[in-house]
Write a protein that binds this ligand. Sequence first.
Ligand code: ADP
Ligand code: MG
Length: 579
Amino acid sequence: MNTKNELLRALRTIDHRGYPAYKSLKGSYDFGDYVLHIVHVQGDPFASPSELAVTMKARDARWPASACGRYETRVALQDMILRRFSSRLREVSGKAGGSGKSGSMNASCPGQEILDRSACQLGTEGDVTLRFYAGFPAAGRTVLAGELEKMLFRFLPGIVADTACADAWEAEHVRDVLNLAEDQAFLRGELERLSLCAFVADGAVLPRESGISQRPLKNALPFRSPEEDRITLKLPHHGIISGMAVRRGITLIIGGGYHGKSTLLKALERGVYNHIAGDGREYVVTDETAVKIRAEDGRCVSGDDISLFINRLPNHKDTTAFFTENASGSTSQAASVVEAMECGSRTLLMDEDTCATNFMVRDALMQKIVSEEEEPITPFSERMRALYEEAGISTVLVAGSSGAFFSRADTIIQMDRYEPKDVTERVRRIVPTEKKEGVSDFPREETGRGLGCTFRPDQSRRFPRPGADFQEQRGRVKHKNLGTEGFVIGHGETDLRLVEQLADREQSECLARTFLLLAKGEMNGRKSVAELVNDWEETFRKEGFGMYGEHGQLSGDMAKPRKEELAEAISRCRGLLWK
Ligand code: ADP
Ligand code: MG
């Protein structure tokens, strides 16, 4: 390894030379408390900024070993460090001058969710890695060494010392962050123990500032659980907390328009992630396998067994292995349900605002006119009860306009001017529970062979392998991140606009890179989608972002998605071939 003085000397010798001279700086430099890695140098001042990293040994960073040893608290610490690192870089960005992107300094900038990000990684022993970007300064197209010297020798050392070292932080702040992480982890454990789909704390703030901002709405009415559904828990740090238990089974959210139904469901969708202090949803947690289901006309469907919902299509298409490049509302939604089941989801979240009506219900009058034999769709309302009882899959459904779900729901919550009321008893007096007929309408394993439905992961019969988009051009496969809209690999776009639990553009980056990685090996037509995503999760747990390459290849713009998002991306990628 080189010393920082060697970097300084190298810098001074390339001053005023042509811009490509910067390339010679690539390497690692010892700055005493930390090592600076110049990982990738941009080709010209207008190209994407250069990639850098800082690594600090555990004994210099001194983060508590116990917090680093546990995934949940480690991720919370990383997130805390990154937020400050990123905002401190922003303060000095552009303070060194030149043309193009000269002098820019930035790192990943987290939103409301606490995600595992490649931009800041703590090792299990407590060593710190920070990855960031810097625009190497130029005058025209010549090196401005003095300006880069300012960035790397004047600005950066203080910022690293103030963020990567535990001693620079107020102990109280660190403790709050760790306590919240432990409380959230505890709460998630409670969901399992108490058989809940979700918990929404009293006092939580659910609505967001606007359609384009995930910050909490100011002056919102805080959440207050209905008496009937309120449970009280004791968190390890926060202490006693009360809130609404969303129990396993079928939960309906009803109510008039604009009364806060979708807002509650959205909070549940995002409850699969932890939120930062001040967000309002700190203690809103949802089963981590929950998947938002919606209609998505136009999506592709590749080999899904949707026969649970759809049979006898007019063109005689096989619905036990259904393929289309252009699904209808109902077939797209049926596909999304079975795909969620395929990868082991235990909770489905749906909002009638974004559902295909004919997939959800069919009323009596329509049944009289269009006979059973003429209608390919068995609506979700007729399957959801059995989905729960036979396959253990719960549904939380916003349904403000149809009473068809009443007789099959376990709990009915009415949103009334943003306040939830439990109206289950009242509804029961009007609409009794549908009596069980002894025989389930859900095709069990024995009886269901004819329908051949894929409701267990080990029954996944979809085996993808990479198509032409994944062919290397000059030694590599190009990809482009489109943010939460998806990504492009080769010439093929994977559209994730309607995958609503994809929370962050860096998750898309991670998905695209996961595709590239899987395409080189495991995605070979022999592993099912369920196996692929479960194995990926397993590898990530062991290796973290290390699975995407060593320093030289690893960039600071990835955030971990859930395996559910990976499965959703695989199912929506048009560049794959299916057996
Ligand atoms: P619905 O789905 O019942 O039609 P929404 O959930 O879309 O209603 O909510 C309607 C509006 O009310 C949204 O603008 C939302 O931000 C706002 N809202 C929701 N909950 C609250 C609350 N607790 N306090 C204040 N405003 C809220
Ligand atoms: Mg709504």
